[in-house]
Write a protein that binds this ligand. Structure first.
Ligand SMILES: Cc1ncc(COP(=O)(O)O)c(C=O)c1O
Length: 477
């Protein structure tokens, strides 16, 4: 068996304490384990080989927990992940695997003495646009700001109507309000999680009229943008949405906060989610597919005008020594930029692992309770980012499954248990007439997300499968 030692424990091990090393030596002597880490070293003559963990069968991470025992002595307890609960995300393990490189990046920034809008941000923006194959990437300090600043850059006059869905994270709608626009909501598809193109058409037909410069809501608010959300990392069908947007003269801003690395096909060509419209907004919140060690975000666009406008807005609309308007401070700092540059180099490895985990869940679908519906493969989705692996519990509720999985020591969570439109204040700010969204409402009852991450071990995903399988005979309603 391979035992992978995370970087954060290597130094501790090198220094001692000796009983932790003794325990490892005993394990190695039995011939049952070999030691691996991100560098080739010797710990008190114990050979440690270098490898990138593959998380295959029989692969364990070591979790050396520090415990204070009597007299203040620190004892290290060696555990594999087996006996712990299976985590929903594997953020700290992924960071652990990159700790050496991250430490070097942090040191580089500290010694540079430049902490805001320096060469790390500049290089990250170039690397992001090269990776995503898009002309411009402008970093900001969150996904929420990325959405807001993209909306401000693309729509001249506020308030304007922005069409989105109520089944999303609060920030999508918050950004619309923050940009001083008005959200209008349409339902999601009957069995999926994403904006329904037919629902957009119906909304335009039923509640709006065609004006000279585009559609106008019956309240008099001109509609200017479509804001689809690539929820859970699944790209929306952009070809369908683009057709409607073109004929209704709407700009499109993609909420790609959860979808870094997702790929969609459009007119038989592949594109990264977030890059096919007027602007895409990414979040680098730590749990996201490309996560910083704090907050961060980016707007990507192929328009120089939009990129320049966002650059201005994020830095107080500064122009030399003067200011050309009211912007804000939404700069990504150099430390996060340097860390993100490290994470971007490895983003494909973690993406691949998440794809393996998703494929494994799908492969075992037939063993699960019949009323569990796993995500469907869709023709336009070339690669799902698998930020979350979300299952629909039809005939029962997501809530029941969360508590059932908890009994099996498997973490799960509901994204999202309420619609944005269920918040009492939303319709005091929006003049929308049609306020029922049956598909989205149903999803809030059904969904639950199971462990998904770039550093889940095979044992752990087996445990998730077992937990979903052992509940096969759960009483149906
Ligand atoms: C769909 C969606 N949009 C926007 C955001 C906002 O991103 P941030 O948290 O970086 O502001 C998030 C973050 O969770 C999100 O999930």
């Amino acid at each position: 068996m391979r035992v992978y030692i995370p970087d954060s424990f290597l130094n501790d091990l090198e220094k001692g304490p000796s009983h932790a090393v003794k325990a490892l030596r005993r394990l190695v002597r039995t011939g049952a384990v070999t030691l691996w880490s991100s560098r080739k070293i010797k710990i008190n003559n114990l050979p440690v080989q270098k490898s990138w963990p593959e998380m295959k069968d029989g692969f364990f991470h070591l979790n050396l927990k520090k415990r204070k025992i009597k007299g203040g002595v620190v004892e290290h307890i060696i555990q594999t992940f087996d006996n712990q609960s299976v985590p929903l995300f594997t953020i700290s393990r992924e960071n652990d695997l990159l700790l050496e490189e991250v430490n070097a990046a942090v040191k580089r920034v500290i010694t540079s003495g430049r902490f805001v809008l320096g060469s790390e941000v500049e290089k990250l923006e170039k690397e992001l646009s090269a990776y995503l194959n898009v002309k411009y990437a402008v970093t900001v300090n969150s996904g929420t700001d990325a959405l807001e600043l993209a909306l401000r850059a693309l729509i001249d006059h506020a308030p304007a109507g922005v069409i989105t869905t109520p089944f999303t994270f609060h920030a999508t709608v918050e950004a619309i309000f923050n940009a001083e626009h008005i959200p209008f909501f349409v339902d999601i598809t009957e069995t999926g999680f994403l904006m329904d193109a037919t629902a957009v058409e119906n909304f335009l037909k039923r509640e709006c009229r065609k004006g000279r410069d585009g559609w106008i809501h019956s309240s008099g608010i001109p509609l200017r943008a479509l804001l689809p959300v690539h929820l859970y990392g699944e790209p929306c069908n952009m070809e369908e949405l683009e057709e409607i947007a073109r004929s209704a003269k709407l700009v499109i801003i993609e909420d790609a906060a959860q979808a870094f690395g997702a790929v969609l096909t459009r007119k038989n060509q592949s594109f990264f989610a977030g890059t096919v419209s007027d602007a895409g907004a990414f979040s680098f919140y730590p749990s996201k597919p490309l996560g910083a060690l704090g907050d961060g975000g980016a707007v990507v666009t192929s328009s120089q005008k939009v990129a320049e406008a966002v650059k201005k807005l994020r830095d107080h609309c500064r122009s030399g020594a003067t200011h050309e308007g009211i912007g804000r401070n939404s700069r990504l700092d150099e430390l996060q930029a340097a860390i993100l540059r490290v994470k971007l180099k490895h983003v494909e490895k973690f993406q691949k692992r998440r794809e393996q985990v998703a494929a494994y869940y799908m492969k075992h679908q037939r063993l699960f309770n019949d009323n569990l519906h796993l995500p469907h493969p869709r023709n336009h989705v070339k690669r799902h980012a698998w930020h979350l692996f979300t299952i629909r519990a039809c005939g029962s509720t997501g809530r029941e499954w969360v508590s059932l999985l908890r009994k099996h020591n498997v973490e799960s969570r509901i994204y999202y248990p309420h619609l944005i439109t269920d918040l009492p204040f939303i319709f005091t700010c929006s003049p929308q007439k049609h306020t029922e969204f049956p598909n989205a409402k149903q999803r809030t009852q059904e969904v639950f997300s199971v462990p998904m991450g770039g550093a889940l071990s095979q044992k752990e995903i087996n445990r998730v499968v077992q937990a979903l399988t052992s509940s096969k005979h759960t009483k149906r309603k």
